[in-house]
Design a protein around this ligand. Structure first.
Ligand SMILES: CC(C)(COP(=O)(O)OP(=O)(O)OC[C@H]1O[C@@H](n2cnc3c(N)ncnc32)[C@H](O)[C@@H]1OP(=O)(O)O)[C@@H](O)C(=O)NCCC(=O)NCCS
Length: 198
């Protein structure tokens, strides 16, 4: 399951409350709801989309996806998660992002994927950069930790490109309890602000 960053920050009570409120607002994101379950099932049924992602519900069925959407929404009400979708011009689900938030640590994690026909366009790299900015600016986080499968070259390039620092490897735990070795990165808001003011 999604794991908090290795580095442990402690949020002030005000900071924690403000992060929880921002997660509940999820301003600027299309939060996944029951109407998106069919579209998410179609998206995630493609192994080119779902295979590299360790924290998806498996097997991927209409029931498991519906439960995942409902559980993510319950966590959003606690200020801990945002499952967001993107739609194509025809209104079909063409990608998703799942933000895991630890408000008491002012920290978060991000997972996501784009439909196969939209991969390798350079937009994934831009999407990662945009989501990172949003997590620091709109949610008010101070630290983001990210993981990727050791052979996920595209993710690694997008994460390195966004300015994240490699901090070794971690054992990611899948929902069924088995593990996957992952490359691990962190970026603080201060580091990110420095990168963008240069
Ligand atoms: C990961 C993902 C969001 C990236 O989006 P994308 O649009 O495919 O990626 P981009 O076209 O922006 O490419 C990212 C980088 O990888 C590079 N790249 C792409 N294919 C490559 C390959 N076969 N070998 C080496 N580099 C490659 C690109 O040149 C780019 O590098 P740059 O930033 O230095 O220009 C998308 O591929 C995806 O949804 N994959 C499936 C799910 C997944 O892996 N999710 C992430 C889990 S951590």
């Amino acid at each position: 399951m999604s794991a908090p960053p290795k580095t442990v920050l402690v949020a002030t009570p005000d900071e924690e409350a403000s992060i929880r409120a921002a997660v509940r607002r999820a301003e600027g994101r299309l939060v996944a709801g029951p109407d998106h379950v069919g579209g998410l099932l179609a998206l995630l049924s493609d192994p080119r989309v779902s295979d590299p992602i360790y924290d998806l519900p498996r097997p991927i069925t209409i029931e498991s996806v519906a439960l995942w959407v409902a559980e993510s929404e319950a966590l959003r009400q606690e200020g801990r998660c945002i499952l967001a979708v993107s739609l194509d011009e025809a209104g079909k689900v063409s990608g998703y992002s799942r933000f895991s938030i630890w408000p008491e640590r002012a920290s978060g994690e991000l997972a996501g994927a784009r439909r196969a026909d939209l991969q390798n366009s350079g937009a994934g790299r831009q999407g990662v950069a945009h989501s990172i900015s949003w997590m620091f600016e709109a949610l008010g986080l101070r630290l983001i930790g990210l993981t990727a499968a050791l052979d996920n070259v595209r993710s690694a390039k997008a994460i390195d490109g966004a300015g994240f620092l490699r901090m070794g490897e971690v054992e990611s735990v899948k929902p069924d309890g088995t593990t996957r070795r992952s490359a691990y990165w962190e970026l603080t808001r201060t580091q990110w602000e420095r990168l963008h003011r240069l």
